[in-house]
Design a protein around this ligand. Structure first.
Ligand code: FMN
Length: 193
């Protein structure tokens, strides 16, 4: 499959970056064609400007400023997100990617006021997340990133597409052992994605 990988960690030496490298390596090893979209490395601008908002609904003019990102999304048959959790959401650069690239006419269209998905060519979704919080704290907070993946994004791709959700919780108390085990899990799961 053509897999678009979205990555949003600013530090190359981080554990999050290691998870990203492992994800890419395992997907490629399994024969997938990977488009590695490393948002920080590419200098993606996540700010939806005044002008962007004014023309937000005006397809196809609305895609001009982010055309290459739209084309990469349109080519994808699967999507994998590799990111830390910040303020129980995605880092701003990744949130801004969705704001600016998943536009009317690209990810959805309005037909008689109803939303119709335009990303049904994406038939599998994966997420590799790290949380500082333990699972209970994340649960009490409502675990928004998990819902974004399993409900919000999933609702916009092929109906009933499978989701592979992998998370290392409790990073604040992680050890070499827990990090190694999770890296192995990512290696295994992405090798059979
Ligand atoms: C700006 C910022 C906000 C954070 N907010 C949360 C949060 O709301 N919930 C949580 O579980 N962890 C939070 N964390 C912890 C990160 O998820 C954790 O540091 C990261 O997953 C560890 O991966 P890394 O060492 O590769 O950065 C936050 C960290 C930062 C830097």
């Amino acid at each position: 499959m053509k897999v678009l990988v979205l990555h949003s960690h600013p530090v190359e030496e981080s554990y999050g970056a290691a998870l990203h490298r492992q994800t890419i390596e395992s997907l490629k090893g399994a024969g997938h064609e990977v488009d590695d979209c490393n948002l920080y490395a590419e200098g993606f601008d996540p700010v939806l400007s005044r002008q962007d908002r004014v023309i937000y609904h005006d397809y196809p003019g609305n895609i001009e400023a982010v055309k290459s990102y739209v084309e990469r999304l349109q080519r994808a048959e699967a999507l994998v997100i590799v990111t830390p959790v910040w303020n129980f959401g995605f880092p701003a650069i990744l949130k801004g990617y969705f704001d600016r690239v998943w536009l009317p006419g690209v990810s959805f269209e309005l037909v008689d006021g109803k939303v119709r998905s335009k990303l049904q060519h994406i038939r599998k979704l994966g997420a590799v997340l790290t949380y500082g919080a333990d699972p209970f704290r994340a649960f009490i907070a409502g675990n928004p990133p998990k819902k974004i993946v399993k409900r919000v994004l999933r609702a916009q791709i092929k109906p009933f597409a499978p989701v592979v959700f992998l998370a290392h919780y409790d990073m604040n108390r992680s050890t070499d052992e827990t990090r190694g085990l999770f890296l192995d899990k990512v290696k295994r799961e992405m090798a059979r994605f």
